[in-house]
Design a protein around this ligand. Sequence first.
Ligand code: ZN
Length: 253
Amino acid sequence: MPKKTPAVFQNLNSEKNGTTAEEVVVRLRDMIHNGELSPGDRLPPERDLAKLLGVSRPTLRAGIRSLATVGILQSRQGAGTFVAERHESPTLDSSALRMLSALHGFTSDEMFEARLALEMSIAGMAAERATSEQMTLMAEQITGMYASIDDPEQYLVHDMKFHQTIAAASNNRILTSLMNMVATILFDSRSKTVKRARDLKESAEQHHNIYRAMREHDAEAASRAMHDHLVETQKAQRLEEEEARALSSGLEP
Ligand SMILES: [Zn+2]
């Protein structure tokens, strides 16, 4: 049987050679990598770009859609498609981790442990590096949490922003993007149960403890406070999930 050339090595310039949306993705990614396209750049008009890449317009559109889903491109209504701007809190697309998780059956304990390891380090770094603006942002999110104790969904938004601000304050964009990738999955699953949350005041206080340690620039205390908070968060989420399960199987009175 003749060996098949992997799609990625095929001539990308001809539709006849089987150019697919996948290859459009590879090609556009290369252009960003080589600096032919920079953050904030607008893509050329669809017709021109399709010609340049030697693909049909539907194929191009499909490729652009996949890059938009992972946050590399952004379509703006009426303005065109842009390469994402550099961001101080970058996020790696979490779909690869979700897929691995489904394939290998990662447990939620493993996911939590990964977040714990990342965020304890991040909190320590942020305590040493946070700017006064970042401290202000954290304080605002804590105020938002206290104000939304009776609105769990809103509370979770402030909670998530608080953690993202700390990640940005760590000034390590690799750890930040890894943390955001893992945390996004956990926040997504929490959003399904958070309306059952009971201890949001307690949770807001834990965030306040983290903030206090940051303000003192005490890396060890910040890391410890983050540890305690995440362990409590995991317990809370587990209780919410158990309650939701009990309810759905009709066990609750
Ligand atoms: Zn939190």
